[in-house]
Ligand binder design. Sequence first.
Ligand code: ZN
Ligand code: ZN
Length: 829
Amino acid sequence: MIISTGTASGKSLAYLTPAVTSCLDGGTVLYLTPTKALAADQLRGLRELRITQLRAACFDGDTPFEERTWVRQHANYVLTNPDMLHRSILPRHAQWSSFFRRLRMVVVDECHGYRGVFGSHVAQILRRLRRVCARYGSQPVFLLASATASEPGAFAMRLTGLEMAEVTSDGSPKGATTIALWEPPLTELRGERGAPVRRTATAEAADLLTDLVLAKVRTLAFVRSRRGAETVALTARAKLADVAFSLAGTPIGGSSSTAFAPAGGNPGALPLSGGHAIPPERDISPLPSAPHPGSPDHDVPMASRDHRPSLSSPTQDTHPAFSTPPPSDQGTRPAPSTRSTTTPLPDQGTAPPGADQGTLSWGASVSVPESESVSESESADWADLPDRIAAYRAGYLAEDRRLLEKALRSGSIMGLATTNALELGVDVSGLDAVLIAGWPGTRASLWQQAGRAGRDGQEALAVLIARDDPLDTYLVHHPQALFGQPVEAIVLDPDNPYVLGPHLCAAAAEIPLTDADLPVFGPTTPNVLDDLVTEGLLRKRPAGWFWTRRERATDLADIRGGGGAPIQVVESATGRLLGSVDEPSAHTTVHTGAVYLHQGETYLVELLDLEAGVALVGGAEPDYTTFARDVTEISVLASLRSHDLGPGSLHFGEVEVTRQVVSYLKRRLQSGEMLGDEPLDLPPRTLRTRAVWWTLPASEVATLAQEGFDLGGAAHAAEHAAIGLLPLFATCDRWDIGGVSTELHADTGLLTVFVYDGHEGGAGFAERGYARATDWLTATREAIASCECERGCPSCIQSPKCGNGNEPLDKRGAIHLLDTLLRSASAAS
Ligand SMILES: [Zn+2]
Ligand SMILES: [Zn+2]
């Protein structure tokens, strides 16, 4: 059974009731979650039930060895993750025999996280689990819980290999959510090749977070990166400190009566809060996207913007404004009017944020100068404002996370900036607004994140803030791609031989494989088994297939991807270990000169030593971020499928990619302004993967050349935008895929644009691109054409990871190139 319903709709209760009942009846339950944090959360909830017969325990990498025996022998509700099941529980199934014999139920929570390569591995781990259970005579019920997904039953069947019933109707009470699509303005700043620079999504998010906290709207800001989340929190705190400071120093006696107007009485508010209900599973009519704010006043330094009235009307200030949703606890609470120069509300009598929450302090101590016109209680309230914003991410210690969650629930924290660590079921309720800085990758994630807003059935606000990126640009200009669309199906491919092979070895090591087992692992199993025998990994005997090697078979599967030993991040002055980064991403995240954030502290990487596996960092406060750039070469190993596309042709096949990080780009933190490109000396990495590519014949190319287009630039621009748009069709991340374009490729002899999977063996993304090529390339063309820049910018054809420094690029040429390919394509079809 799979339950696929919205955030906070009661999924946990739905599986807990039968699960706990099973335990009381003498059975056992296995609970799987993608993260240790979520397991710890669940364990706390189970212990709060205070049922003595329920012996719940976590079994993960943090479980002390002396406790593990107790868990195996006595626990009847075991909480773990797929990694632990793969590496420890299944290989040592004999030690768990009494647990497996009584196993009644397997709960797979937050299972929408099991997609792509990771999901395919988990699918095979669950098949191994089923086989081990059968060995001990148990046939547990699989109960899956997922965020809203399209065709959840079909997904659940691919994940477990079992027939699955689905529960999708969500009867939980929910208020209306207003969704705003927000496009930050182009600024006067000039970036690479003179391109205009759009204000950053994080800068806009910090502004909005500041404004909402001043209006006492409890807000959660989702930011893509940990670094971004910390930047948003720090910026909003600094802005609130400025506000507190200026208010403390400004006489306001008597002004408070005129400074505020009723929330409903602001005629200048933009029509963003139309009160449309947005239940994600229902079709709704498209909402207008945020009117485009074109004023250059967004580029003035942040500090001077702080004193403008927040949430103001556009007649006074061209900053895009919206009216706040009704405050949840006091419907008549006044909102700031356009003429106010002081924005914080008078003390509402709520307790100030816990002075006892000392561990949440970010060190931005605020001193309020004495002022006769400000009463002590008011100044204390303003001085508290910066402490009402914090940042949250998965890497924090459990106690810190609990404190933050508690503070948010109680209202002593009004604004929290977070990565999607919070998306995974951690219990945060009582929010009024959600800011989403940058497209979260899927419509399912968007609705999941937006669903965090709205407490006790009240109205809520969710704002999607576009990043300087082709996909985000496309979405804020094409709301129909978001609204009235079903959420994505969850893509996974358990039959990928790169995934299946290692799990067949692991399964054979657990219990030798027989013919009867083959259907469990899917239709490609016989072929993959033959290959494994040929490679000498398995041995075929009359009784079946055996693992006879000394190594542990489970080491063959690297289920979270990555591979290679992690790089340790060490503070050079103290020798303190800050954390670790997996080897492939070390080239892009902790290269020499990279800005690295850790728990709110900013570091500069002094040296990346790949041989020693160490990145040495030192504390610093640079006002820029860094982006690694790579150059890529690609060669075609085999074209597996192809067909005509207009006058050209489209291919899907195997390629070898050689990537080398060659430099890094510095961009100013708040403005996004480009500060320069620094060279790096890192070794190339080779990847065998799959790609989709298209070619255009020489005759067509000659025609375009005669019209004066730069063909290399046109192909390059089309490649960048196509990479940006593929995530809309393939549920991947822009950073999961790469591309190469050339006017003349050695293997095809033609103008060619490649887009490839960034994972060894491929992950299904390029294949989706091949299947949806016409839609994908049409959206790519639209994204380029709908950007208002003249010759290309990061919102359309420039890429922050371009190893060629975004040179050459031809925006109009790219549109014509895609038109050539697509006009004939639609005529032909
Ligand atoms: Zn542009
Ligand atoms: Zn490029």
